[in-house]
Design a protein around this ligand. Sequence first.
Ligand SMILES: Cc1cc2nc3c(=O)[nH]c(=O)nc-3n(C[C@H](O)[C@H](O)[C@H](O)COP(=O)(O)OP(=O)(O)OC[C@H]3O[C@@H](n4cnc5c(N)ncnc54)[C@H](O)[C@@H]3O)c2cc1C
Length: 435
Amino acid sequence: MDAAQPAPRSVLILGGGISGLVCALKLAEQGRAVTLLEGSDQLGGLGTFFEHDGRTFEKFYHCMLPSDGPLLGVLEHLGLTPEIYWRPSSFAYANAGRIYPLNTPVDLLRFSPLPFADRIRVGITGAWGRVCSAKGLDDITTSQWLQGLSGKRAFATFWKPMLEAKFGDRYHDVPALWFWTRFNREKGESKGEVKGYIRGGYKRITETFARRLGELGVTLRMNEKIESIDLDADGHPVVQTAAGELRADELLITLPWPTLAKTATAAFKSRAAVPSWDIDFQGVINHVLFLKRPLTKHYWLATPEPCHPFDGVVETSTLTDEADRGQGRHVVYLTKYVHRTDPRFTQPEDEIKRSWFSALQKLFPDLRDEDLEADYIFRAPFVEPIYTRGFGRKRPPETLIPGKVSLATTAQVYPVVTSWNGSVIQAEKTVGQMS
Ligand SMILES: Cc1cc2nc3c(=O)[nH]c(=O)nc-3n(C[C@H](O)[C@H](O)[C@H](O)COP(=O)(O)OP(=O)(O)OC[C@H]3O[C@@H](n4cnc5c(N)ncnc54)[C@H](O)[C@@H]3O)c2cc1C
């Protein structure tokens, strides 16, 4: 290095999910000295994996969409594009024991749980949602917006159960902007839905990141749980882990927001430019089933009726190659969004496994006990904010303390859908403001 040049400012990144990994890559490529601290033994956060029968599978179902441009750009940069494959994908809705495909206008016209007039109104809602402006949607609720477009009856029968499945009784205040962006992401393909996956699973992505970060000289410190984030007498950030105290010129936090709110000291909070620390998060339980037979041809089957203990049946093997899951093995994720304080979140694993599988058998009466090869339960307390009206004004900024502390986390991704793509967009924005 040129003796006259000052050494590049060092950066300490907290959290090794996709946000932390992308930030580390971008900053290291700018020549910054980067250290990344991850509390668990795996990189990838909510996209991490478990092993079964010599293969790895995501703990929580994950796929890509063709509209995930920024994420696909990073994967291209890492040389992973040839490993991504795409398949047509479909959605269905369970009602009173019947499964209704809902992918085309004709499907909607055949959706008999709704009176015919309501089917037309739901169709118009979808068509309007694709073309209308997002302006003002942060300040009205999804319920108001959908009731206005689809009518009260169609809202109660069709939309409300899906909102309740995602946010429980907190759905009332979720802004229409959240719904609008989500609907347009999922239904963004005019020529039919397509989803993408990567050979070797998401583990392949995090392993490629780890290799590249190693080449760039990034220090990855695993199993280092952040216990507190403070400021010293000169206002410099100080991070405490079980291994001791860490300092750097700059701190970049990618931890889930509730973890940051818990570990940040009062001194830190008083200096950080945050509109509101009060952002609650939704959690999730996934019950992963390895089956010897397929259930449906749909990637996603919504099961929002209260008789089902889960909100959706996600048959990822409609997307993934046999090479990635094993010959004759079908992979299904039963998913339930639930707050960490809800007793269901801490229900014993055996109870969940038993009651959810038997509920699935009610929906698929020909599913036998012998069809199940193995199953696993995974829970995550912090998935995404429970959005409230005007969330755009609550959204934390990229810079918490100028020149010292930056932030790239899921709580900022809004109104983009929380996803690996949303995290890449946020990470690039935050790093852009640090330069
Ligand atoms: C059920 C489910 C399905 C999903 N499906 C998809 C999908 O199909 N496609 C898609 O793109 N996205 C999907 N997502 C969303 C996606 O996983 C997230 O938006 C994304 O992973 C968020 O990344 P992140 O790095 O911001 O946060 P996280 O992934 O939460 O990473 C945070 C990291 O911080 C670490 N950490 C936490 N506390 C500490 C601490 N105290 N000390 C040190 N480290 C700590 C964690 O271990 C973790 O590695 C899904 C999520 C879930 C739960």
